[in-house]
Design a protein around this ligand. Structure first.
Ligand code: HPA
Length: 257
């Protein structure tokens, strides 16, 4: 069912970029048009932006809306992913701010995680709920697309952008940050970073056949990893500085995807 403005986009693999905190726009995106896409699950967080980056067709969607007004537990993940798919997207790069748990995830560090643990609750987390011909269980052993991970890592290496290869993303409910005990539990579980948007986004992408990878930017030490409380100024500083490297990374990887 092609949406207005999306017709004919099926011919190539358009890259979808889901922007997280701090990434509500892309400087080097040459915008061709914007479209509010209506899906069976409602509307996405914002009108979808169509354009090119480094000559590659991309579709951009800010996860928290254009004015960063939608908190992680209120994001309509189903509508966001469905809208991207309807616009011809087959590969998604999700950008996400995280708190660092592993010592390698100091604030400012970028990572391409390879696993997820889901601690979220009460979010609509599947497309396979109603009008089913058959109960469906997706394989989710490897939640991220391996080839896309490799592409990000090698584009990063070539562009001189430091990226941590791997790590487990713990997806928490938010919007509050965690307690020291919660982070200690996540660490014992094997989480290396913590964020609020990784799930159900990754699973929904898999359900509708979208290849999906996350570029995680550490913006603070998770609760209790460093002494003291977590200050918003610290988060904003690391976000502002780190997002510039994320943009460089996107420019480097898009032509090779
Ligand atoms: N916890 C959860 N989500 C986050 C954090 C955090 O410490 N930092 C950025 N997103």
């Amino acid at each position: 069912m092609p949406w207005p403005g999306c017709e004919g986009n099926d011919r190539v693999s358009i890259i979808g970029i889901i922007g997280g905190s701090g990434l509500t726009s892309l400087q080097n995106l040459h915008i061709t048009h914007r479209e509010m896409v209506h899906t069976p699950w409602g509307v996405p967080s914002a009108p979808v932006v169509f354009g090119t980056v480094a000559g590659r067709e991309v579709v951009f969607l800010p996860r928290h809306g254009n004015t960063h007004s939608i908190p992680p537990h209120k994001v309509n993940y189903c509508a966001n992913l469905w809208a991207l798919k309807e616009c011809g997207v087959r590969q998604v790069i999700a950008v996400a701010a995280v708190g660092g748990i592993h010592e390698a995830m100091e604030p400012g560090r970028l990572a391409v995680p390879d696993q997820i643990i889901d601690y979220t609750w009460g979010r609509k987390s599947t497309f396979f709920e109603e009008d089913l011909r058959q109960v469906t269980h997706i394989d989710f052993t490897e939640p991220y697309d391996d080839a896309m991970r490799e592409a990000l890592l090698s584009a990063g290496a070539e562009a001189g952008i430091d990226l941590w290869n791997g790590g487990t993303y713990g997806a928490t409910q938010g919007p509050r940050l965690e307690t020291r005990a919660e982070i200690e539990r996540l660490r014992r579980d094997g989480c290396d970073m913590v964020g609020m948007t990784g799930m159900p986004e990754a699973a929904l992408a898999r359900e509708i056949g979208l290849r999906y990878v996350t570029c995680a930017l550490s913006v603070n030490w998770a609760a209790g990893i460093a002494p003291g409380t977590i200050e918003m100024e610290e988060i904003e500083r690391h976000l502002k500085e780190g997002i510039e490297r994320v943009k460089l990374l996107l420019e480097a990887v898009l032509p090779v995807l």
